[in-house]
Design a protein around this ligand. Structure first.
Ligand code: SF4
Length: 308
């Protein structure tokens, strides 16, 4: 997959305690429509297979629907939307968004219950809205990839979160390691769980997805963070996104993430996964250290290549 990825807004209608964009602290948007339009025009007709939109919360931009129109007029084949799905709880709005070409909704679902999700988002009602939003777009024939970020407040219910995602008809279930920047860095000790603590819950969540035959992806974890589940790590070699982030353009988003947000240490040199593993988020390594991470010296026989 060769795609474009656009950060549409800094602001959000939720205030997640681990927001990497730091939206809860953004007073106003810095993202200019003319910069978005220029990026879309510059890359039109160059075989990009999809435009991935994200924020903040993209749907709260006043010109969000106009941007979808512009993407379609420029001939991009499809649109992916990363969203908290709160506005999609209104069926008429979900119909409009699907009608304007969004085929894949990547929906944040961080709790199996309203108490957990609303406690993380600091937005009462956000759980019910997300669940209804997923139901609506599935009913309209769109695909859904759920994304659940593992934090201190939800890791013990991760298997139940994955159960819920599958019950709602998610086509792909994504589990993400907490990226310790933005609001997550401000709240580091309140939101960041230890790998030793989350490991059994991530493993159980993976096992439940496998048992039901639902596609599962692990994102942002060092390969040794969840041993035995390496085959579920996303292989970014098959997915190249060129990203517009405010006024910066990153030719290879995931390569940038590996180079600037994650680190390895000397032990990684002797690890069989060192070529494909992105390492550990640098703030985690600095503040908690490397004691939980052990190089893998032999590739497990039942572990084929990661999935795209
Ligand atoms: S030891 Fe290093 S390269 Fe190996 S899986 Fe862990 S973090 Fe990745």
């Amino acid at each position: 997959m060769k795609g474009l990825s656009i950060h549409l807004t800094d602001v959000c209608n939720s205030k997640c305690t681990f927001c990497i964009v730091d939206s809860p602290y953004m007073k106003q948007d810095t993202v200019m429509r003319r910069r978005i339009s220029r990026f879309l025009h510059e890359h039109a007709g160059q075989d990009y297979e999809a435009v991935n939109l994200h924020g903040g919360e993209a749907t709260i931009r006043k010109d969000f629907l106009e941007i979808l129109d512009e993407i379609r007029e420029l001939g991009y084949p499809t649109v992916f939307l990363q969203t908290n799905a709160r506005k999609l709880a209104r069926m008429a709005y979900a119909e409009t968004v699907v009608g304007k070409g969004v085929s894949l909704f990547i929906v944040s679902l961080h709790g199996a219950t309203a108490a957990t999700q609303d406690g993380i988002s600091l937005a009462p009602g956000s759980f019910d809205q997300a669940v209804q939003g997923i139901r609506n777009v599935k009913q309209l024939g769109a695909s859904v990839r759920t994304n659940s970020v593992v934090c201190k407040d939800n890791y013990t219910e991760l298997p139940e979160i994955v159960d819920l995602c599958m019950d709602l008809g998610a086509d792909v279930v994504n589990i993400s390691a907490l990226h310790t920047s933005g609001t997550a860095l401000r709240n580091f000790w309140d939101v960041t769980p230890r790998y030793d603590d989350i490991r059994p819950y991530v493993a159980e969540a993976c096992d439940r997805a496998v048992a039901r035959g639902v596609a599962l992806r692990l994102e942002g974890f060092p390969y040794c963070g969840v041993p035995g589940y390496e085959r579920f790590q996303i292989d970014w070699e098959d997915n190249k996104f060129k990203m517009l982030y405010r006024s910066f353009v990153m030719d290879d988003y995931e390569g940038h993430m590996d180079d600037f947000t994650r680190v390895k240490d000397a032990r990684c040199g002797g690890c069989v996964f060192t070529d494909v593993c992105g390492g550990v988020y640098k703030e985690y390594a600095e503040m908690i250290g490397w004691d939980e991470f052990h190089p893998v010296t032999q590739r497990p026989a039942d572990n084929p290549a990661p999935v795209s």
